[in-house]
Design a binder for this molecule. Structure first.
Ligand SMILES: [Zn+2]
Length: 340
């Protein structure tokens, strides 16, 4: 019969010894039954899988179930047992394949070299940007990539049928039709749901920077990808003005692109900020002249500026206080039903 992890009632040294011995014997016996590569894989998974493998179960059942006074001794025993099981599993191989067992070692063969890794350029840039804001006292907030409609849209004041829901070309998870709209799952189209998740947990002042991957239904080409990265920041405090936003972003751009870079804010529209602006920095290629020698500078379309981000003052969120008493008396059902 296949080995299962027994519940321990007796935590005496002798009982632990016996339980450990049975476990090792079972592990060794199963190693002997490995015939194919698939067997080997399922054998390894059965014993070592982080989620519900036998070692994990032993940790959960024996160690966590141990009475207080037996914890130390049980911990030592379980660690010894883990080492023995790990060794057995690592040594296990498909029967008949004796290449790992007994063959003499050819020391003239070149060694196994692990190539040295390097940070992916996207991650490197994310870390640089996050680092600039951390130095300003912002902390990092993260959230799930698979989000509910509520956090991705509704809580950010995109009601059903809001045009912004179309422009974002959302990728919905299949088979959600039976759920209420707000509980349906989707791949988040922006990192903004983390603003809501953070504000639910934390009282102001809030200063966070939110890095992460987002998804939109864009076919991949040179300037689009169905998966891409965003970073957004949020500051909530008393007496924060648009001047703080400009100063913070001007500082961040200088820290990222060099102190000579100039910033330029151009009024814009975003669904959850008012006023909103696009931020431009002087072109890194032509330095703002719009020309490369006698030729026009193409990356900035000869304007001397490149758009780097969107920003604005977050609309007062109804969840956190209504800023105009009149809303209560105008009879707008869309407003009132949010409290229903
Ligand atoms: Zn340029």
């Amino acid at each position: 019969m296949a080995y299962t992890v027994p519940k321990l009632i007796d935590y005496s040294a002798a009982a632990l010894e016996k339980a450990a011995g049975e476990c090792v014997a079972a592990c060794a016996a199963e190693a002997g039954e490995v015939r194919t590569d698939a067997d080997l894989k399922s054998y390894r998974d059965r014993w070592m899988a982080r989620k519900n493998g036998i070692l994990t179960q032993i940790n959960d059942i024996w160690l966590k179930g141990a009475p207080k006074e037996a914890k130390r001794e049980a911990g030592i025993r379980v660690n010894e047992l883990k080492a023995r099981i790990t060794e057995l599993v690592e040594k296990a191989h498909v029967a008949g394949d004796d290449s790992q067992a007994g063959a003499s070692v050819d020391i003239s063969l070149p060694g196994i070299r692990r190539p040295i890794g390097a940070e992916h350029p996207v991650m490197k840039t994310m870390h640089e940007i996050v680092g600039v804001f951390q130095k300003l006292g912002y902390s990092v907030a993260e959230g799930p990539v698979v989000e509910t409609d509520y956090y991705n849209f509704e809580a950010l004041n995109f009601p059903l049928n809001h045009p912004a829901r179309d422009t974002q070309d959302t990728l919905f998870i299949a088979g959600q039709q039976s759920k209420p709209q707000r509980e349906r799952l989707l791949l988040r189209t922006h990192t903004s749901p983390v603003q809501i998740r953070t504000m639910e947990k934390m009282r102001p002042p809030v200063r966070i920077v939110i890095p992460g991957t987002v998804h939109r239904n864009d076919p991949p080409d040179a300037s689009h990808s169905p998966m891409f990265h965003q970073i957004e920041g949020l500051a909530v405090d008393t007496n924060i003005t648009f001047g703080d936003l400009k100063g913070t972003l001007d500082h961040a751009m200088k820290a990222l692109f060099g102190s000579s870079v100039k910033t330029h804010f151009r009024p814009s529209f975003f669904p959850f900020t008012e006023p909103s602006a696009e931020l431009y920095v002087t072109c890194f290629i032509c330095g703002g002249s719009g020309k490369r020698g006698a030729d026009p500078c193409r990356p900035c379309k000869q304007t001397g500026f490149i758009e780097v981000l969107g920003c604005g003052m977050v609309d007062p969120m109804l969840k956190y206080g209504v800023d105009d008493l009149q809303y209560f008396f105008q009879g707008d059902v869309r407003f009132l039903e949010q409290f229903g």
